[in-house]
Design a protein around this ligand. Structure first.
Ligand code: S3P
Length: 177
């Protein structure tokens, strides 16, 4: 049987939310759900297409709707969110109330190296990745901070060490049952 946990991963594009979420969930025997993947399934088209055809506001509305559904379905899981899921106050409230919130962080220089040239991320279209990563960092860092129970700088450790650190921290905070 899987552990009785609901963990929400937040943080900027390229911080490793999906990868680390999947690995952690597998290790602890729970499922991992990727919010972006659920949005794509619900919309029936890719994230760049949603942005291009319906605009960012429609994407954000869909993101909020899917986040709410996933946080209220009563199923224990690791939930990897998209970098902008913390933008709305309502989303932040849902995130904070729903489980243990891990902020996977990294400096803009590190993120830009990881995400530069990724065509699946509309916020990077036509801009220099480092410049965009810096702008988003200024705008969103306080929002991530306001939600997080734990912050990990993924630029400073490799994936196995990150996973070990998170499990250790969850153990210490008695989050793990
Ligand atoms: C976004 C991040 C993306 C995706 C969308 C918007 C953002 O998810 O939700 O492109 O606003 O930062 P990742 O953080 O998984 O790349």
């Amino acid at each position: 049987m899987g552990a009785e946990i609901f963990v929400i991963l937040i943080g900027p594009m390229g911080a490793g939310k999906s990868t680390i979420g999947r690995r952690l969930a597998a290790r602890l025997g729970v499922s991992c759900v990727d919010l972006d993947a659920v949005i794509v399934e619900r919309a029936g088209c890719s994230i760049p297409d949603i942005f291009a055809e319906q605009g960012e506001a429609s994407f954000r509305a869909l993101e909020s709707e899917c986040l709410k559904t996933l946080c209220e379905d009563g199923k224990k899981k690791f939930l990897a969110t998209g970098g902008g899921a913390v933008l709305s106050e309502a989303n932040r409230q849902i995130i904070k109330q729903s489980g243990f919130v891990i902020w996977l962080d990294a400096r803009p220089e590190v993120l830009a190296k990881r995400i530069g040239g990724d065509r699946n991320r509309p916020l990077l279209k036509g801009v220099k990745p480092l410049q965009r990563a810096r702008e988003l960092d200024v705008q969103r860092r306080p929002l991530y901070k306001s939600c997080a129970d734990l912050r990990i700088d993924t630029g400073k450790m490799k994936v196995p060490q990150t996973i070990h650190t998170i499990i250790d921290a969850m153990d210490k905070t008695s989050y793990m049952m």
